[in-house]
Design a protein around this ligand. Structure first.
Ligand SMILES: [Zn+2]
Length: 54
């Protein structure tokens, strides 16, 4: 997983886990380590991933 970094506060749209979303270092792919959710980011960004900033 060295090509990936965790997104702090990100909520998985599939299983609802927080801090389980990892982002590839080139920002092309998002994955959830809890449920194997997988999403390819397009140039608009990923709207399905919600970030909790509190
Ligand atoms: Zn998940």
């Amino acid at each position: 997983m060295k090509d990936y970094k965790f997104i702090a506060g990100a909520v998985c749209p599939s299983c609802g886990d927080t801090d389980s979303i990892i982002l590839k270092n080139d920002d092309s792919i998002i994955k959830c380590i809890s449920c194997n959710y997988f999403e390819k980011k397009d140039k608009k960004g990923t709207e399905s991933i919600k970030i909790i900033n509190d």
